[in-house]
Ligand binder design. Structure first.
Ligand SMILES: [Zn+2]
Length: 285
């Protein structure tokens, strides 16, 4: 999955530090991240990307915020207006949105980009106190913003959601979401609501989207998913009772039982939890 970047090591313990010469600078403008394209890999069509080191773009770095560290190299966020994006070694950096970063290479750069985009969105959306309107300040102790006027503390926002594989003997419930660019088969998915356990989310979402009941709900794996500020929790469960599907056609264009052996997992990109689960289920005995 996208967070599996071994042998690289991701460290997100907050530190109140400034960039060093070799630190990586991620320039953000609104919801976009500035990146340089190195080349396209013809074997998988993935674009290889890179980001500038502090020493090469120093003059454009005015108010860096520490993001995280990968293999001892620190990553920083620098907000910048589009017209001020620096030339980096005479090459243009180009602003790209989140969807671009899902299919870039190497994987460590894709993961760093989506994680940085999630953090950037949080900083962008919390420039002012939601209670009193004062400008928020950065805590020097932890990843937190505070209001000097009313002491409001704002912590990073992560939206929990579930991905669910419903098994019915040799079959699995597959879906396609309406109006999405992503046209491959997916699984049932949905956000956790306030006051609900993740298992209750599983039951509710399966019933809302497909009209069936489930049992034997068990946890599979989780995934940080910066595409939509999520933490995704994967669950596998079994049909309980009637297998008649009543599809929620506001959200889905397809909901159907498919033989596990008919799942097409050849060349499947397992960077997402959904695809990791589809591959796992196709191999289940
Ligand atoms: Zn306030």
């Amino acid at each position: 999955m996208i967070q599996d970047i071994a042998p690289y090591k991701f460290n997100n313990e907050y530190r109140h530090i400034m960039p060093e010469e070799e630190s990586i600078i991620m320039f953000f403008c609104n919801d976009k991240l500035a990146v340089r394209e190195k080349h396209k890999d013809s074997s998988n069509n993935k674009i290889h990307i890179e980001f500038p080191r502090y020493k090469t773009v120093k003059e454009a770095v005015k108010s860096p915020i520490y993001l995280f560290e990968i293999d001892g190299v620190s990553y920083f966020r620098q907000y910048i207006e589009e017209e001020n994006i620096p030339f980096w070694e005479e090459n243009n950096l180009v602003l790209q949105n989140r969807f671009y970063f899902r299919v870039v290479a190497p994987k460590v750069a894709a993961f760093a980009s989506l994680t940085a985009l999630h953090l950037n969105g949080w900083y962008e959306n919390n420039r002012y106190c939601g209670k009193c309107g004062q400008k928020l300040q950065n805590s020097t102790e932890e990843r937190m913003l505070y209001c000097p006027n009313c002491d409001n503390m704002v912590y990073p926002k992560i939206a929990p959601a579930v991905i669910v594989a419903v098994l019915n003997k040799e079959k699995v419930l597959v879906t396609k979401y309406k109006g999405r660019e992503y046209k491959n088969y997916a699984l049932i998915a949905g956000f956790n609501e306030i006051g609900e356990s993740l298992e209750a989310t599983v039951e509710r979402e399966v019933f809302e989207e497909a009209g069936v009941k489930v049992k034997n709900i068990r946890y599979y794996k989780s995934q940080p998913w910066g595409m939509a500020d999520n933490i995704l929790a994967g669950y596998i469960c079994e049909l309980n009772g009637d297998d008649t599907i009543t599809m929620d056609d506001n959200e889905l264009s397809v909901a159907e039982w498919m033989d596990k052996k008919d799942l097409n997992t050849e060349n499947i990109d397992t960077s997402s939890l959904t695809n990791d689960m589809i591959k796992y289920i196709s191999q289940m005995k």
